[in-house]
Design a protein around this ligand. Sequence first.
Ligand SMILES: Nc1ncnc2c1ncn2[C@@H]1O[C@H](COP(=O)(O)OP(=O)(O)OP(=O)(O)O)[C@@H](O)[C@H]1O
Length: 580
Amino acid sequence: MNQQSPMLRLWELGAAQHGSLIRAILSAVAGVLCGMAPYFAAAQIILGLLSGRQEFSFYLTWCAVALAGFLLRASLYSLALSISHKATFSILKSIREKILEKLPRMPLGTILDTSSGQMKQVIVDQVESMERPLAHLLPEMTANVLGPVCILVYLFILDWRMALLSLVSIPVGMAFMMAVMANYGKQYEGSVKTTQAMNSAIVEYIGGIEVIKAFNQGKQSYARFSDSVKANASYFYHWMKSCQLPISLSKAISPTTMITILPVGWLLYAGGSLPVETFITTIVLSLGIAGPLLSAMDFVDSLAKVGTIVGSVDEILNGQEQDHGNAPVQFQGREIRLSHVSFGYHADKEVLHDVSLTIPSGTMTAFVGPSGSGKSTIAKLIAGFWDVSAGTITLGGQDLKKIPLPQLYDQVAFVSQDNYLFDESVRENIRMGRPNAADQEVEAVAKAAGCDDFIRALEQGYDTIVGGGGAHLSGGERQRIAIARAMLKDAPIVVLDEATAYIDPENEALVQRAVGQLVAGRTVLVIAHRLSTITGADQIVVVNGGRIEANGKHEKLLETCPLYREMWQAHMGVKEGEQA
Ligand SMILES: Nc1ncnc2c1ncn2[C@@H]1O[C@H](COP(=O)(O)OP(=O)(O)OP(=O)(O)O)[C@@H](O)[C@H]1O
């Protein structure tokens, strides 16, 4: 666990910008020092007036000093802010890049278990909300704390009694503020949770709108969404309500330095122990203490916020990664071997138990079995989406965990049932299989996968944007595009999660033809739902309850495996029913 303070951790995350941040602080400090000039000038002018000085040049000089101090302060402060803003945006960019680089190295399950609303809130909203603390905190906090400290040091040099008097109201006012701030971290964490819940509800509501419409669930789903919005508003309302009184008291009491300075200072002056110059200088300078300190206090809430955000960012950045080597390995062939593999998506529930299996290179292996038996899980482990909990999987004689993830992903083309298409052109969606492929290569695989005709019939042909999730294409069309994408990848191993959805005869024939092109000459793993398509497989693996019940060719299994026989009979029954 990282026990660092959030600001130190942030400083570490922004390592590349340390130079700029230090320049911002130095500019702010120089600005503060210049900002003292108007106060000193005002004190000198008042003293000059009281002592009856007549020379115009005296007053002109102090006015010029005040003006120069003011202008320099403003320029240096804006320089500090501009440097720190530039540095901040670079730091936020690098934090987001770090998170996005991290995600593919994490097991898929960790990402799937986190709702997209929650993930978006950390990467977009929370990281964004660090902009103010980061960009303003260093220059403003420096200016707001250092200014009053300089004044106080000077006051203590002039007269320690007056210095103490000018401080009396501040701790009282600050005590109210601290009472609010004591709980701030917890309160902010609560606000993040309610905002995340609202985000998740909104993302789910929008993502599930098709199901909501189909099942006429509009009211209930909208109620969940609107409840979360109400809960969010109510949380913030009550939080702010509880802060309002102490914050108002703090802001009212802190600047009242005159309550102590004027009467006590007058008594000291009247008693002859306080020179008039010191009295007046104290009155003028004390006006510059409370305001900046109150502004600095505003940043205390930002610090608590940063603590929570850095915690969420670190939760992702320190999240468990898939444990793979970095040095590329040499394969001996492409045989896949599972030895005593056990696996669970969560530590408390094992899904695969002691699975051992050999898949020779260049063969077709089909996985069949009841729903939820673990067929897809085996295929996903082979594709490297998760790491096994026990046992080993080797590819070409190399332990999967020793194969760097990019090299492993290059070996496998995975065509799942959920053929996600990005909100880009058809051409770019196919090119994702091999980003450096030429347009002609993209079109050639599209032809081979039987998509060329329908793509050309689209409004802008290959340049048609297919919408988020490929929404503007039919299921069968999306699947053929996914097959073309896998073909372009040209990986030696192909995993096909056979679609059950697009079984109208015309589409099935087209998809099967595309699959035939894709699998030629490769090691093929099929997660089969329709047994008639895999009777010719070199090996059929019957999976049941996370174990391998039997494996062999179709005819052998019909004789020796009751579960397979049953599934076959059920499948044939369905087929006959369909034909009748
Ligand atoms: N991401 C996940 N997180 C947690 N559990 C999961 C996850 N994916 C699958 N499971 C569970 O693992 C078990 C095996 O699922 P798997 O998808 O491998 O079965 P399958 O045989 O492919 O099923 P189907 O034929 O219905 O697709 C099931 O109990 C399922 O609920």
